[in-house]
Design a binder for this molecule. Structure first.
Ligand SMILES: [Zn+2]
Length: 162
């Protein structure tokens, strides 16, 4: 896929609202130093949000996650394909995943995960887990013996969707 990077003026108009709401959240003590703006295919801002981890006591309240949640609710859809994410900082793997679940295929980011790490927000353990270089941080164990216990979910799902 090819991308035409927006002009500096357009980038500014997308990043500025995210930066402002993030600074506000930091000053109020409601969120960390991360923001995101989600833009629709017409180039209109759908939401501009900051991190809400502290405000919502929500470890998953990363800005990109919040942007996807709010945009889905606002637009009453689970499909944000055609939308573009502008993140003040390189998204962590969780946020990459939520963007993919929502069908977003383009994300521009400003500062990097190294910048975040330098400020005490390292996601390197996630990156290492996912690239397989260090899987010691989470024991992910498939219990084949549990399949029987949970099989009724698939049976019912198939019945409901027959
Ligand atoms: Zn994240």
């Amino acid at each position: 896929m090819t991308h035409t990077t927006p002009s500096p003026e357009v980038l500014d108009s997308y990043f500025t609202p995210a930066v402002e709401v993030t600074l506000e959240g930091m000053r109020e003590g409601t969120g960390g130093p991360f923001g995101a703006t989600l833009v629709n295919s017409d180039g209109e801002i759908v939401v501009a949000v900051g991190n809400t981890v502290i405000k919502d006591t929500d470890i998953s309240g990363h800005a990109e996650m919040v942007a996807v949640r709010e945009a889905c609710r606002k637009l009453s859809t689970l499909d944000l394909s055609g939308h573009v994410m502008y993140a003040t900082c390189e998204p962590c793997p969780m946020c990459v995943a939520v963007m993919m679940w929502a069908g977003i295929t383009t994300c521009y980011y400003a500062s990097t995960h190294v910048d975040a790490g330098d400020n005490g927000f390292s996601d390197v353990r996630l990156r290492k887990y996912l690239d397989g270089s260090d899987t010691s941080t989470l024991d992910m164990i498939h219990l084949d013996s549990g399949r029987e216990d949970c099989a009724s979910i698939w049976t019912e799902f198939q019945a409901l969707n027959a």
